[in-house]
Design a protein around this ligand. Sequence first.
Ligand code: ANZ
Length: 587
Amino acid sequence: MPIKACADKLKNELEQFGFPPVFPGDVEEREEEEESPDPADPTKRAKKTKSKVAAKTGNMTYQWDIMRSLGINDHDIRKFTDPQHWLEYFPPLAKEDLKSLGVRVDWRRSFITTDANPYYDSFVRWQFTKLKERKKIKFGKRHTIFSPLEGQPSMDHDRATGEGVGPQEYTLIKMKVVEPLPKSLSSLAGHLVFLVAATLRPETMYGQTNCWLHPDINYIAFPVKTGEVFISTTRAALNMAYQDFTSEYGKTQVLLHLKGEELMGVALKAPLTSYDVIYTLPMLTIKEDKGTGVVTSVPSDAPDDYAALRDVQKKKALRDKFGITNEMVLPYKPVPIIDIPGIGNLSAVTACDQFKVSSQNDKSQLEKAKEMTYLKGFYEGVLLVGPHSGKKVQEAKKLIQGDMVASGEAVLYQEPERSVTTRSGDQCVVALTNQWYLDYGEPGWKETVRNVLKGVRTYAEEVNNNFLTTLDWLHEHACSRVFGLGTLIPWDPKFMIESLSDSTIYMSYYTVAYLLQGGVVNGSTPGPLGNTSRADDSGHTKCGDTHQPCLVLLDCGIATSLTHFDLLQMRALFTAIVKGDLIIMLM
Ligand code: ANZ
């Protein structure tokens, strides 16, 4: 995938800037461009320069410059527009470097891991055919981190930033704009218009007192499939468009561009709250790159909301600036909806008082207040209102979410937990995409793995615990893609096998590679075993059918964090179990 992305980038540069290319501006200027701050979050670019890509490229923007910095001449650089050339050019150089480092390697076991090598290709096809036969691979629409530019899911190793980041589910609360529509929305007359607030706390909707918007953030109004009109940030709308909210997949039709300040003091009907009408008010700490930029306010349980509501109630100048009248703010008081033992039924109020939070900008004290209320609220809080009154928050959360979704008052929405950018620089969304996936969530398969784990002795107890935790959350995992290099899915060759899925047990290939290939990395000549057969469509090769015990060596080198390490090992375990082979894990 990165090879294909770099080859394509180079090709585009040559098409755009000629050969040898003449780029606009000199290198210094280009580096400055790269460092200019992101208007939404000035701290962001500073971090970006330390990213993996920046560390590897020294901040060079063009692929051409990167190739040149490797000492490759202009004529030869051109050849790198073909991704296959990378596979021929770099392996011998890497081998020389490793040799000069004094690394002791059995070079007979070197091989290339794409379909450029028919032996490895067969091995992967065999593995996936087996998984398919045992019904462990399924097809369907899944939520995945997705690059709109590349038109396909973006897996960990495709990313420049955001490794390990997954989709985060929010409940979108539909807050209906009361008719007649205010002046700024008058062109939408005849439509049902909703401000959609992203929340992780649907069970607190009984305590809503107002809705927050940032006066300086840009919002858009766009139609969704149901005929209703939603208002959110453009970024959130794009995520929704990739989750089948809009009539055309991946597209939003913008009806209106609006600045937050144009939407202040708008009257709304919100679900579950005891207040008949609530109003939009300004909050200056809203983040543009999180949720929809529309935030519902629950001052009884959210310290941020209590502090901000107090600000608007106390500061007349602030109200006047945004045309907020007294009736929109002063009558609204925090409503007791959840009791937290030891803190009480207005936990945010208690916490803000205890930590002397001075305003919505008092970040450090707000953090302490949130720490005190959130965790305890989730585990020990008990709901005081509504049909689920008396139930624990933990339990009520899903029930209330389900009720609101069923009644059409809320919808489920996902976005990346944190910003994810691809190696080609695209900002990822969460998309519903059709793909092949490994069903690691299947209870029977999980149970087998759990039983195997009982017999696994680990040096540290923590490792075992991490395995069990990973096993708990592991669920469906996409294993197909449409872009990059690799092995085609044997039964559906318009898809390719995602490259971490094909390599969960690739370490076992080392045990036979020297017999099959004898060190010819692309397998172009047969090795000592003289096996020239390519896998047939069932993926069977001589190697696969002899059913040799499969030795799975797990490679710490590709694990970037403990979580990843667990995940890879766990996936290897799932795969190996299906094949009924012997597993030896080296940790
Ligand atoms: C109602 C609510 C009640 C919330 C409650 C919290 C506590 P974390 O956990 O940090 O991800 N929110 C949503 N979008 C936001 C944005 N763009 N900028 C600032 N805050 C935003 O926070 C999720 C919560 O942050 C969401 O859940 C929302 O407030 C707020 F007792 O909704 B909550």
